[in-house]
Design a protein around this ligand. Structure first.
Ligand code: THU
Length: 296
């Protein structure tokens, strides 16, 4: 998901909102590239917005303003035409709307619920996003459905209140890799690649290839995801999903070696073309590998 930020300080850059956004839209079954505008603000400003836009004169945790007006009882997945009408050619994505989050409220609620501000911000973002996709919580059954969707998306992103929650499935990882591919920076090769790396603790880190005018500095999607993960403290990995366009994107030699450092038993999923996919493992792609144990 593309996020257009508006924030005085990037206080919550450690909250993986792009990933949460991808997981929310996939939980809803949307595979087209989507975008949102996010404003982080304080109680005073959110109160003004709430008063001006909704005639409610009080501060709140999150507000959302959808661009699409959904038909009664319908959500984004059943509103393809209306969504496509919001396609922004400059962003190459469908603009779903605006989300406003009060940092002050998020901090207070995190303390009240006994979890991190990071989790609270992810939850509020997911909540706002489901509103942008046509969900509401006026009736008890609607509220239940919206909560289920939020939990599903946050679990998929590895952000959950429970320790033991199901990890992203192979199909979900493949879909996350395809979405990560839409962020590829590949103006020289025109070969976009996306990757989604599942950690043993359930977190998922995504990455895309990032090319450079000097060519040799290009970073592959797999190593982007791996380096993001390791630099956030993750060291143990279960599966990597890799997506590209025309041919099966098996990892290059450098990526195989980099992945072997942390996960010599890694499962590897690749997808390309019109949803073709294949499975393999790192030992199969890198037999007789050289790794940390050889130095022991
Ligand atoms: N690429 C990857 O991202 N992963 C691989 O394992 C193979 C190659 C990228 C690098 C470059 O941006 C483009 O694909 C063409 O080589």
């Amino acid at each position: 998901m593309k996020i257009e930020w508006e924030c005085s300080e990037n206080l919550f850059m450690d909250a993986p909102l792009e990933l949460v956004g991808d997981c929310c839209q996939l939980a809803e079954g949307l595979t087209l590239s989507c975008a949102v505008h996010v404003l982080f603000t304080d109680d005073q400003q959110i109160r003004i917005l709430n008063r001006e836009q909704r005639q409610v004169d009080r501060a709140t945790d999150v507000l959302s303003f959808p661009t699409v007006s959904y038909r009664e009882g319908r959500t984004a997945r059943e509103s393809g035409k209306r969504l496509k009408a919001e396609w922004d050619p400059e962003l190459s994505a469908c603009m779903l709307g605006d989300i406003v989050i009060s940092i002050e409220h998020a901090q207070a609620q995190a303390e009240e619920y006994g979890h991190s501000v990071r989790r609270e911000v992810c939850y509020l973002f997911a909540h706002g996003l489901f509103h942008l996709m046509g969900y509401d919580h006026m009736e008890e059954n609607e509220k239940k459905e919206m909560r289920l969707m939020e939990e599903k998306a946050l679990n998929m992103a590895g952000i959950s209140r429970e320790e033991q929650t199901p990890h992203a499935t192979d199909d979900e990882l493949l879909a996350l890799a395809r979405l990560a591919m839409t962020r590829s920076y590949s103006p020289y090769s025109h070969y976009p690649v996306g990757a989604a790396l599942l950690c043993k603790d359930g977190r998922v880190f995504t990455g895309c290839n990032v090319e450079n005018a000097s060519f040799g500095l290009t970073n592959c999607a797999e190593r982007t995801a791996l380096f993001k993960a390791v630099s956030e403290g993750a060291r143990e990995f279960e599966t990597i999903a890799i997506a590209s366009v025309a041919t099966p994107p098996y990892p290059c030699g450098a990526c195989r070696q980099a992945l072997n450092e942390f996960a010599p038993e890694l499962k590897i999923l690749v997808t390309w073309g019109e949803g073709q996919s294949a499975k393999t493992t790192l030992p199969e792609l890198l037999p007789h590998s050289f790794g940390p144990s050889d130095l022991a």
